[in-house]
Design a protein around this ligand. Structure first.
Ligand code: NAP
Length: 499
């Protein structure tokens, strides 16, 4: 992709392209450290302007008064725009994040599906006529919240952006999207597509900028009715405290340390492939990465030996190489953090089975690559088994039986996902129901469907995205009572009569 094709770095502020007045942000290509763009992020003043204009656009009858099927047309147009630009978005996102083109094309396609899905949900979701108990007709209806802030991380920009922007717009809100500072360009490309779809000005802004400055503003400002956040647990917890002061609803999609469990009766090859994909695809930079592996004692040695052999075969390479399975990490700073986790685990007694370093060779010299890494000889209570590494690092532990593995899985602060590998369906069912996690995968991993809710428990977050109810997360419920009698209320009838 030529440099000129990349978003030029201006912000999309309430439908106008303008230079930011906040801190400088640099988007770097993680494969070689070259600079994609240097841009000025949004300042507080930019944010305040965007919030005011979003509030006015949201309240305008031209938007507020649209019927759901009329709003849905904009979502379908955005979906069409994304679909027509998948290659372009994919190239921008791969440069912005270092992810493989194969993965970013799939993320763009899923983002198009998300807009289409929520357009369809908006125009087919019924309001409720509730069971009548008195003399009034009773209804439960839903209204937009107002201006919604979407704050997203760097690991899957277009998909996590769409997951928030699509239902929020479909519900009739205005949206201000703040992407992560390490990947500001993909969201700006989404803004170009939203603009081309003809969404009225003001309803959508993309404001890259520091979490400290623009992120905080979006959380604290009284003009923001809801924050939908995806990111780390520490950031999410701090944000939720501030939201509590405002009594503002938040949805929080946070981190994970998800267990994957291989029982002795599992199809070993199927489990191996699924576990490799679950932890090492996206270079482990995935909230749902299956980063804690429990293997039943009877097959432990054989399974782990084959897992290590397979891991060493994974193709670590350039994001633009179609054969690449493990691409660079997002940033050199992030690679240093991942390496620190591994070094500390080894210092505390973990046994390094493979990886644990950057790959050798010219191809890798300037990029933030890190080899797929497996650590054994650890206890479930060790820091490496509790902290989210957010990189290609897997810990492996043996277990004896169902009861023990449920206890080990649940002995963790997170509760995002769990993979269970067994041919015994009733056992998978029992274990899946007992493990604390928002998503259970049986004989598969990291599969997603926009029609199926997603979210976490405990330190993995609050609320659910996706699914038909995902639309309601961006709406306020309202009850309506309409009199059916045409009579005066008996309490005051005599008082009023004859006046
Ligand atoms: P992060 O550091 O928490 O940042 C997430 C977003 O929050 C970024 O846009 C960041 O802006 C912003 N932010 C930072 N400080 C803020 C503040 N004080 N107020 C408001 N916003 C603030 O997370 P990350 O490193 O980008 O992403 C990795 C994390 O996301 C991992 O923990 C991962 O598990 C989680 N994640 C969860 C899911 C899920 O669905 N459960 C999906 C993907 C990722 P800056 O970039 O400017 O700091």
């Amino acid at each position: 992709m030529s440099f000129d094709e990349m978003p030029d770095g201006r912000l999309f502020l309430a439908g106008e392209w303008q230079a930011g007045t906040g801190d400088e942000i640099t988007s770097v290509f993680p494969a070689d450290g070259s600079v994609n763009r240097v841009l000025r992020g949004a300042s507080r003043a930019d944010g305040i302007e965007a919030i005011a204009r979003a509030g006015a656009a949201q309240a305008d009858p031209a938007w507020r008064g649209l019927k759901p099927h009329e709003r849905a047309r904009y979502l379908y147009a955005i979906a069409d725009g994304i679909e027509a630009n998948i290659d372009r978005i994919s190239r921008i996102q791969s440069r912005d994040t270092g992810k493989t083109l194969r993965e970013t094309a799939a993320l763009a396609a899923s983002a198009a599906g998300t807009f289409r899905y929520f357009g369809a949900v908006a125009e087919t979701m019924d309001e409720d006529l509730t069971a009548q108990r008195g003399t009034a007709l009773t209804l439960s209806v839903h209204e937009p919240l107002g201006v919604v802030a979407a704050i997203t991380p760097w690991n899957s920009p277009i998909a996590s952006d769409a997951q928030k922007v699509a239902p929020a717009l479909a519900a009739g809100n205005a949206v201000i999207l703040k992407p992560a500072s390490w990947s500001p360009l993909t969201a700006l490309e989404l803004a170009r597509i939203v603009e081309a779809a003809g969404l009225p000005k003001g309803l959508f802004s993309v404001l890259p900028g520091s979490g400290r400055e623009i992120g905080n503003l979006l959380v604290e400002h009284p003009g923001i009715a809801k924050v939908s956040f995806t990111g780390g647990t520490t950031t999410g917890r701090a944000l939720a405290r501030k939201a509590a002061d405002k009594l503002m609803p938040v949805s929080l999609e946070l981190g994970g340390k998800s267990p994957t469990i291989v029982f002795g009766d599992a199809d070993m090859d199927q489990a191996l492939a699924g576990i490799l994909f679950g932890i090492f695809s996206s270079s482990g930079q995935s909230c749902i990465a299956g980063s804690r592996l429990f293997v039943q004692r009877g097959i432990y040695d054989e399974f782990v030996a084959r897992l290590v052999a397979a891991t060493k075969r994974l193709k670590v390479g350039h994001p633009f190489d179609a054969a690449t399975q493990v691409a660079p990490l997002i940033h050199m700073d992030h690679r240093a953090e991942v390496a620190d986790h591994v070094a500390r685990a080894i210092a505390e007694g973990a046994q390094l089975l493979c990886g644990g370093a950057a790959p050798d060779g010219d191809l890798y010299a300037k990029g933030s690559y890190y080899l797929p890494t497996i650590l054994a000889g650890v206890k479930n209570t060790d820091r490496i088994c509790r902290d989210e590494v957010f990189g290609p690092v897997l810990v492996v532990m043996p277990f004896e039986d169902e009861e023990e593995v449920i206890a080990l899985s649940n002995d963790n602060d997170y509760g995002l996902a769990c993979g269970i590998w067994t041919r015994d369906f009733p056992k998978a069912w029992r274990v899946g129901r007992a493990v604390n996690a928002g998503t259970i995968w049986h004989n598969t991993y990291k599969q997603f469907s926009i029609s199926t809710p997603f979210g976490g428990e405990a330190d993995s977050g609050v609320g659910r995205e996706k699914g038909r109810q995902g639309l309601r997360a961006y709406m306020a419920q309202k009850s309506v009572y309409t009199d059916l009698t045409g009579q005066m209320h008996p309490w005051a009838a005599a008082t009023v009569e004859g006046l």
